[in-house]
Design a binder for this molecule. Structure first.
Ligand code: ATP
Ligand code: MG
Length: 563
């Protein structure tokens, strides 16, 4: 894929911006915004939007605002505002003092609405929601004018003010734009842009009982902030005529809305509503469950901000919807951690080995390389002793032909340590292998035999006496099906949850250099993958998340495609 990885690949959004700069539109200013609704935690799809908005702003010496689109008081909460701010900052973006809220503009939005009424462009309607649906028409048939459409300006002003003052029941009146009930675009059929809703807003409390709708609040907020390019996802394409209509009627600064394709990832759902359902119904352990593709879940899983930014750069920005394979996301973190993560040895499913000819009570401090990709990372000492552990599946009593690891009578290398030979297999009452007796060759210290004899396998290991106990959480995709929320599928997306998405391994052993490892720190466990220390770790027990395996499936997929 390297041929596509020029530093700042272009895309159609950048081409539009460059054209605007060339034509000195808005004095060649570039000002974008990231406009989350604080009704859930951010996910990797939002990261695409964040990287795009902050990215183009910085590339063209512009600015990017963080704006909370908080016009729906029933679903929005301060908890979400806080988590969103934290996540955007963690991803590496800075909105300086430009933190805005659509709710800051409630007064201004109200005044503009009055202006539209005065211009004969809006009216108060008494139809119920059901009636309104009947009047709206269908894709094939035009709608019908509301019987309240021709109220006088005076009556509309009076009614709208009384809506605001709380004189009417929720849902009894709305303010609608007076556009065209026969428009081929249903969004233009006199859309509602204010509704009565008595619920406490997380910032404005009970000051308002009328709230503006998204299509009105968003374009006006963009205009107030002087946003030059309002980047949003494709589903708003059909709303653009309305976006433009409001700004034209109000005769205010006209932001240009540009739509791009939203990110979909295989084996995942990226809709806040669905993620919320997984959290509330306890299918996962909270918004930051490492199986979730929320930013907080990915952070906990061990993803780095750089790997997420790189991923967003790789997927690019296009006009057509598509689904990105989860393997590409994994490729991005693997590539980053390969360069930066210190290597350590850990054993997830320990099998005990007694080195029968090793002196009792002796310890050998062996030199181990911290990161072969980074010579500056240096070396460390790893203690070796008479009792060690290897991975249970690195031993087979009766190995098939292609199994080159430890077996009775066979010699293998212990990484950085010695050659050992298995001389005896001890079993418990159930016939399970409970320990191995091996001999070691002291001449092979460091991992090579002076007589030049070879072994076919090198195993990782830890010393019984020196290693630390750990819990390790191994993850698979949260969903078994590649497209769990395919709209054509009648089954509930939750029916595709993967029952094996989480495996908790207790009684794992990790090398002593990991003592006191801070939550969030990342390591490569040799031969096992990349792991990060979970926030559930305590002084008594380290807890690790497997971020990703070592095996790259992305390149394999690419290769298969080329063939
Ligand atoms: P969801 O569908 O997950 O609930 P949303 O669009 O309702 O997302 P918002 O908080 O309104 O969430 O989104 C903030 C910004 O992020 C919007 O500009 C939106 O278009 C963008 N965004 C949301 N989901 C994606 C996605 N999957 N890919 C790219 N951009 C996205
Ligand atoms: Mg939205």
């Amino acid at each position: 894929m390297s041929e596509n990885e020029n530093k700042n690949p272009t895309n159609f959004v950048k081409q539009i911006i460059e054209e605007d700069i060339k034509n000195r539109k808005n004095d060649s200013r570039v000002h974008t915004r990231f406009p989350p609704e604080p009704n859930g935690y951010l996910h990797i799809g939002h990261a695409k939007s964040i990287c795009l908005n902050f990215g183009v702003a910085s590339e063209y010496n512009g600015l990017c605002n963080l704006r909370f689109d908080d016009t729906n008081p029933t679903k929005e909460e301060q908890e979400y505002v806080d988590s969103i701010s934290e996540d955007v900052r963690w991803l590496g973006f800075d909105w300086e003092d430009r933190e805005y809220y659509a709710s800051n503009y409630f007064q201004k939005l109200y005044e503009y609405a009055v202006q539209l009424i005065k211009a004969g462009k809006a009216f108060v309607c008494d139809l119920t929601a059901d009636q309104m649906r009947e009047y709206r028409g269908t894709l094939k048939e035009p709608g019908q004018d509301s019987p309240y459409r021709n109220r006088s300006v005076e009556e509309n002003i009076d009614l709208f003010e009384r809506m605001k003052n709380g004189e009417f029941e929720d849902g009894s009146h709305t303010l609608r734009a007076k556009i065209d009930m026969s428009s081929g675009n249903i969004n233009m059929r006199d859309p509602v842009f204010y509704r009565i809703q008595r619920s406490t807003h997380h910032r404005t409390g009970d000051e308002w009982c009328i709230y503006p709708m998204y299509d009105y609040a968003h374009c006006v907020s963009d205009s107030i902030e002087g946003i030059t390019h309002s980047l949003c996802t494709l589903e708003f394409e059909d709303h653009r005529p309305l976006y433009d209509w409001f700004l034209d009627q109000l005769n205010v600064f006209h932001t240009h809305q540009i739509e791009f394709a939203r990110l979909n990832i295989s084996h995942a759902v990226l809709s806040k509503r669905k993620l919320l359902q997984l959290v509330q119904e306890n299918y996962v352990n909270g918004w930051d469950d490492p199986r979730m593709l929320t930013i907080s879940g990915m952070r906990r899983r061990g993803y780095t901000p750089a790997s997420i930014r790189k991923f967003c750069e790789r997927i690019g920005v296009a006009k057509a919807d598509s689904t990105v394979d989860m393997a590409l996301l994994e490729y991005s973190i693997r590539e980053d951690l390969n360069k930066s993560a210190p290597r350590v040895m850990s054993v997830l499913r320990p099998l005990k080995i007694i080195i029968t000819n090793y002196p009792e009570g002796q310890t050998d401090d062996l030199d181990a390389i911290n990161n072969p990709e980074d010579p500056g990372a240096g070396t460390r000492k790893v203690p070796f002793s008479k009792i060690i552990y290897i991975e249970r599946d690195d031993f087979m009593e009766d190995p098939p032909k292609k199994f080159f690891r430890l077996a009775p009578g066979r010699e293998v290398r212990l990484r950085y340590a010695y050659f050992i030979t298995c001389v005896d297999v001890v079993k418990d009452d159930n016939g399970e292998v409970s320990e191995l007796h091996c001999t070691y060759d002291p001449e092979t210290r460091g991992g090579d035999a002076p007589d030049g004899r070879k072994v076919k396998a090198t195993l990782h290991w830890v010393s019984d006496e020196h290693s630390l106990e750990a819990e390790v959480r191994i993850y698979e995709h949260l969903f078994e099906k590649a497209d769990p929320d395919n709209p054509k599928d009648e089954a509930d997306f939750k029916s595709y949850l993967n029952p094996n998405s989480l495996t908790v391994l207790d009684g794992c052993r990790v090398e002593p250099s990991l003592a006191g490892a801070e939550p969030g720190s990342r390591f490569q466990f040799e031969r096992l993958g990349y792991f990060s220390v979970d926030s559930d770790s305590s002084d008594d027990k380290l807890v690790f998340n497997r971020t990703v395996t070592l095996k790259d499936t992305w390149k394999k997929i690419q290769k298969a495609k080329k063939q």
